[in-house]
Design a protein around this ligand. Structure first.
Ligand code: ADP
Ligand code: MG
Length: 714
């Protein structure tokens, strides 16, 4: 946060949101720890109130959500060795009801009375009295905020407004002062309401999960709060219910709507052994689910955490605004002073008139719309994307994606279907059953899509898989491990050639499989090739259309980086219209390939899986991971994580990134142009104080309304 340290920071306090969170703290046992927590947390910028409850092991905090997030607080607690997890979080909505609402009402009545009495020609003293009541009633809260700002040596709209109102009263513009105060109070209310809309998408995510789960223990079932359900417990999910925690289906069969997490509205079939996720909605079947994660670790909890962190980050466009705002406001204040003083002192112009114009300038000095122009666009874009199952880990990545000139795709599982199938089983010297058994035993320890295909084939054939010890992945090549004490290797021909295990018989097998369009996976035991599996690596139906979209968007290079053989790689590429094919790459070669593409074309986005493409994803300007829902590693690796493996989401992300950049530019332009126009009107004496307030608020509302459109961008 670049401006966090600047003393003369300009902040739009109209749109701030305060929040109240309750954390459960593991390791909070006595008052000593309370001191430790306080020492660590109190200095956090934005921290407002902190109450520790040792008995309940809870921490209640109030903070300014514009400066601090629950995630930052949890991280700070983690540094003390304790562990915090969010139990409850809620924005504190400044109540328009209660005392504040009544004051507003008083201000409105007094203002109306004052204006009416002026129109009816009531005595001036009466008009002044009405205005004073309106100013006091409407101005108490802004004045309080202004004093806080002054104490923190910052300039905000409240301070400027306070000066303007006091100034107006000094020169006897009573009705004007009352109108300004009242409009300002209404404006604050309007603006906070519209900002809330941009944030509510994320809040909706948080409210997704049920608070109780139905747990079976022995023969009876009871309801239990999700916070205290431990992994291993069996929960019962009835048809139509929301799933309370992540788990694996132990019994039953159902269709589950995962749209709350993935944005994909087609229900997904779930049967024994399949993973289900908290926040998703069970369809027609009843499920017994073995809980696998505590509430704080669920996929949904991680998503919320990531989105929150992302929203708290500053995008590059924001830094420009920060720099601009830092000199803009003081400059306008100086200008206001000059306008108020110079004409009367130098030219003997009427003091009253020029002082008033100075005041109008002062109100215009707050770059409120400009300050919110970028964050509100980014927050909307990130929230809208999250709702569609696209997790973007910060405005930076969104801005970078908009500038990308090249997109590189991984092949297996990315351009081709994740659910790969074993089509051919060609044993050599053993039977097919045994071939599949040893292969699946090794592969059951690997995360590669090919491994999943082989294990799936064994499962379908009812073949029991042995436990492979010392299993290890050979990235880009295959996998190996000890099965019944014998070393089993499963992988591509390159691996076997490198190890000198190839035989003419095996080469013939490879050629025949490749001839029928299948990718071969060879299997050896104790150095002896026992056969090959022919794997169908089917291109996704949507792949060609995505490649065409990228070309149409002016992305000059669409490349394919693969560890597969050049033959099958080229076949896939030509069907998709990909011009740049790099095959036979090991994971580290993919890093070099990304760098080569960048040198040639410009910024590169890499689309792959988070498991063995991690180095290349990190090397790219933007790393996009597909199918992240089941993989914590994938979620961590990516700059942008697509929860499902729908390739068109890549197109969506690129469209959204460009729309966001356009939106930010439009917002900045709106703010600057309207400000400039009003500045001119003010200096030339056409603008009044209340117009300045309306213009300022109007611009902010316009900017917010424009940004919110990104929530619905498709
Ligand atoms: P891609 O870059 O196309 O996604 P990878 O780098 O993941 O491919 O793998 C490259 C090649 O290595 C695959 O085409 C496959 O032949 C082989 N391979 C990798 N992992 C495995 C595995 N677990 N089992 C069998 N073969 C594998
Ligand atoms: Mg891959």
């Amino acid at each position: 946060m670049s401006t966090a340290t600047a003393t003369a920071e300009v902040r739009c306090t109209r749109c701030e949101v305060h929040a109240e969170s309750v954390f459960k703290i593991d390791g909070l046992c006595c008052s000593e720890e309370v001191t430790i927590l306080e020492r660590r947390l109190r200095p956090l910028r934005g921290m407002e109130e902190l109450v520790a409850d040792v008995m309940g092991q809870r921490l209640h905090v109030k903070y300014d959500a514009a400066l601090l997030s629950s995630a930052t607080i949890a991280d700070a607690v983690a540094e003390t060795g304790m562990r915090a997890w969010l139990e409850h979080e809620e924005p504190i909505v400044a109540p328009a009801s209660g005392a504040r609402g009544r004051l507003l009402l008083v201000a409105a009545v007094a203002l109306a009375a004052g204006l009416a009495s002026a129109a009816l020609g009531a005595p001036r003293a009466w008009q002044v009295a009405c205005s004073v009541v309106a100013v006091v009633a409407g101005g108490v809260y802004p004045a309080k905020k202004a004093l806080t700002a002054i104490r923190q040596r910052t300039l905000d709209i409240n301070v400027l407004m306070l000066v303007a109102v006091v100034g107006a009263m000094v020169i006897g513009e009573w009705a004007e002062a009352a109108t300004v105060v009242f409009l300002f109070a209404i404006a604050q209310w309007l603006e906070s309401r519209s900002m809330d809309r941009a944030r509510e998408a994320i809040r909706a995510l948080m409210n997704l999960t049920p608070t109780e789960a139905r747990i079976r223990s022995g023969t009876h079932e009871h309801r239990k709060h999700v916070d205290v359900v431990e992994p291993g417990a069996t929960m019962i999910v009835r048809p139509g219910e929301k799933i309370p925690l992540d788990g694996v289906v132990a019994a039953g069969r159902s269709d589950v709507n995962q749209a709350p997490i993935t944005g994909e509205s087609l229900p997904v079939e779930k049967a024994e052994g399949d993973e289900v996720f908290a926040g998703t909605i069970n369809g027609h079947g009843a499920l017994d689910v073995t809980v696998t994660r505590r509430r704080r670790d669920t996929t949904l909890a991680r998503i919320i955490h990531l989105v929150e962190t992302a929203q708290a980050q500053r995008a590059p466009a924001q830094q420009f605004i920060d720099r601009f705002a830092r000199w803009y406001t003081p400059a306008v204040i100086v200008l206001a002073a000059l306008v108020a003083l110079v004409p009367p002192l130098v030219a003997g112009a009427p003091f009253q008139l020029w002082f008033y114009r100075g005041l109008v300038l002062l109100v215009i000095a707050c770059p409120c719309a400009l300050v919110i122009s970028t964050p509100v666009s980014i927050v909307s874009a990130l929230a809208g994307a999250a709702r569609r199952g696209v997790l973007i880990k910060g405005g930076v990545h969104l801005e970078k994606l908009a500038e990308v000139r090249a997109v590189a795709f991984d092949k297996t599982g990315t351009l081709t279907k994740a659910r790969i199938k074993v089509i051919e089983i060609r044993p050599l010297g053993v039977d097919g059953h045994e071939l599949l058994r040893v292969a699946a035993s090794v592969e059951s320890r690997s995360e590669h899509p090919i491994a999943a295909a082989i294990v799936g084939a064994a499962r379908e054939g009812g073949i029991g898989v042995a436990y492979a010890s010392d299993a290890r992945a050979l990235p880009g090549l295959g996998a190996e491990g000890l099965v019944d004490g014998a070393l089993v290797v499963c992988g591509n021909p390159r691996l076997f050639r490198e190890r000198g295990l190839m035989t003419p018989e095996a080469e013939a097998l490879v050629a025949s499989l490749e001839g029928s369009g299948l990718s071969p996976a060879l299997v050896s035991r104790q150095g002896q090739i026992v056969g090959a599996l022919g794997i169908a690596d089917e291109v996704r139906e949507t792949a060609a259309e995505v490649v065409a979209f990228l070309h149409a968007q002016g992305i000059s290079t669409v490349a394919m980086l693969t560890g597969d053989q050049p033959g099958p790689a080229r076949a896939v590429a030509s069907r998709l219209g990909i011009d740049d094919v790099r095959a036979g790459l090991l994971p580290e070669d993919k890093v070099a390939a990304v760098q080569a593409i960048r040198a040639k074309a410009g910024a590169v986005a890499m689309v792959g899986d988070g498991v063995n493409d991690a180095p290349a994803l990190a090397a790219a300007d933007v790393g996009i991971v597909m199918g992240a829902i089941g993989s914590a590693a994938a979620l961590e690796t990516a700059d942008i994580a697509l929860m499902t493996d729908e390739l068109p989401k890549v197109s969506y992300a690129i469209r959204l990134s460009r729309a966001t950049v356009r939106n930010i530019r439009a917002n900045i332009a709106i703010s600057l142009v309207l400000k400039a126009a009003f500045l001119l009107l003010a200096v030339s004496g056409f603008a009044t104080l209340w117009m300045a307030v309306v213009a300022d608020t109007g611009t902010s509302l316009l900017v917010v309304a424009n940004a919110i459109r990104l929530l619905r961008h498709a």
